[in-house]
Design a protein. Structure first.
Length: 248
């Protein structure tokens, strides 16, 4: 899929969610996604582990996000995994593939989904030189990492307008150090520091997944084998679940 098609898909999906004119916040997005059969899991896999993964089984879409990463990175990861579902025709992502093109396409989707160009330009307007403070404020407004905000501004305004010492590759190689420095700067300015820190939360929306999976199974939309697979993903005993429902 080319870049123009990917950008169009981000706009279309925002409209489908009813998120078109909303200022991004992860809590709002999670509620809208759950209404569309997306089930989001958070768990701490450590700072040096995978950012996330996505798995689709019929109508159900599962996304796993590493809460060991900073909240800003988690938000980008969530949008990245959504991108796989929207623009790629596969069932498992980021666990069974190292396709660089697919990853780049999902990064493009996430950047435009979270930080639409018109909204970014509305915040900064015409600007001759971007400062670290500008990057920080875009990071705060769109609730993404400092790095993601910087790369987005670089793509919109051009590398020549970026701070002289903003080097994407060096920042990527020292993400933890960068986030610690940004968190200190945000704290000095009385801004939200949570975006640059790990949440370490564990969130498994088991009840919603079970309810949806049982309904699909009872309506013959999925086989017992597939129902069994889904229950294993969330650590549940399929026989016990069905027995509980029959006895209710």
């Amino acid at each position: 899929m080319n870049k123009i098609e990917i950008i169009k898909s981000t706009k279309d999906f925002r409209k489908q969610l009813g998120f078109d004119d909303e200022i991004f916040h992860e809590d709002t997005l999670l509620k809208l996604l759950e209404a569309k059969n997306y089930y989001i899991f958070y768990d701490n896999f450590g700072r040096n582990s995978i950012s996330g993964a996505a798995y689709r089984k019929n109508e159900l879409k599962f996304i796993l996000v590493n809460s060991g990463h900073s909240l800003g990175r988690q938000n980008f990861t969530l949008a990245h995994e959504i991108g796989h579902f929207i623009i790629h025709n596969k069932d498992i992502f980021d666990l069974d593939t190292e396709n660089e093109n697919l990853e780049k396409e999902s990064d493009i989707f996430a950047s435009h989904f979270l930080m639409p160009e018109d909204q970014v330009k509305f915040q900064l307007g015409t600007i001759n030189k971007i400062t670290k403070f500008d990057i920080l404020m875009i990071s705060q407004y769109f609730r993404v990492s400092f790095l993601a905000a910087g790369i987005r501004l670089s793509n919109i305004y051009g590398k020549r307008k970026m701070p002289d010492n903003f080097d994407e590759l060096s920042v990527r190689n020292t993400i933890s150090q960068c986030e610690s420095e940004v968190a200190r700067l945000a704290d000095d300015l009385d801004l939200d520091t949570s975006l640059y820190k790990s949440t370490n939360k564990t969130v498994y929306p088991n009840k919603k997944v079970i309810t949806k999976a049982v309904r699909l199974y009872q309506n013959n939309k999925i086989s017992f084998g597939k129902f069994n697979e889904i229950m294993k993903i969330i650590g549940q005993d399929p026989e016990k679940i069905l027995k509980t429902i029959r006895e209710a």
